[in-house]
Design a protein around this ligand. Structure first.
Ligand code: SF4
Ligand code: SF4
Length: 56
């Protein structure tokens, strides 16, 4: 399953810069992950200062 970003996201943008497949983009009130593009590498989870990206 792809990673998803929770409402804890503070829109810092760090995960977008680190995603190797550019699956992350800014949404309305949080960043969002394109499930079809995400390869489950875990980089966003490791980078995020608030632990918003979670694997399902
Ligand atoms: Fe990108 Fe990896 Fe996060 Fe998926 S788990 S959104 S591939 S950084
Ligand atoms: Fe949101 Fe975390 Fe990504 Fe920053 S690194 S944009 S807080 S999910």
């Amino acid at each position: 399953m792809a990673y998803q970003i929770s409402d804890e996201c503070i829109m810092c943008g760090a995960c977008e810069a680190g995603c190797p497949v550019s699956a992350i983009s800014a949404g309305e009130d949080k960043y969002v992950i394109d499930a079809d593009t995400c390869i489950d590498c875990g980089s966003c989870e490791a980078t995020c200062p608030v632990g918003a990206p979670k694997s399902n």
